[in-house]
Design a protein around this ligand. Sequence first.
Ligand SMILES: [Zn+2]
Ligand SMILES: [Zn+2]
Length: 99
Amino acid sequence: MRQKTCSACGGKMQSLGNMELQKGKFSMLFGHWDQILSGALDVDVECCERCKKLEFYLLGDAEAPEASGIQQIACPYCGDMHDMDDAVCPHCGRRLMAL
Ligand SMILES: [Zn+2]
Ligand SMILES: [Zn+2]
C-alpha cells in the first residue's frame, strides 16, 4: 500500500481501512465539497500516529462512466459501448434501431 505522511506534522499515516460515508454526514465535515458529491462516497481513512489527525482520501474514479445516468449498451456493429438512446453509434457512425 501507499505510505502517506501527515500534512500537519509529517508523521506516519496509519490506514483505518475503507468506509462508506453518506453524503449528509460527509458534508458536515467538508461542507464545501457538497456540490461535487452525490450519494455515498467510498473513502480511505487514515490517521496520523503522531498528532491523530484524520485524513480522508476519495476512492474510485470521480468521472464515473454512468455520470450521464443513461444505460450503456454495446453497438451491434462495432461492439463499443454507447448511450442506450443514441440514434447513431458515436464510434462507427451506423444508425441504431431504437426499440
Ligand atoms: Zn500528524
Ligand atoms: Zn458502432
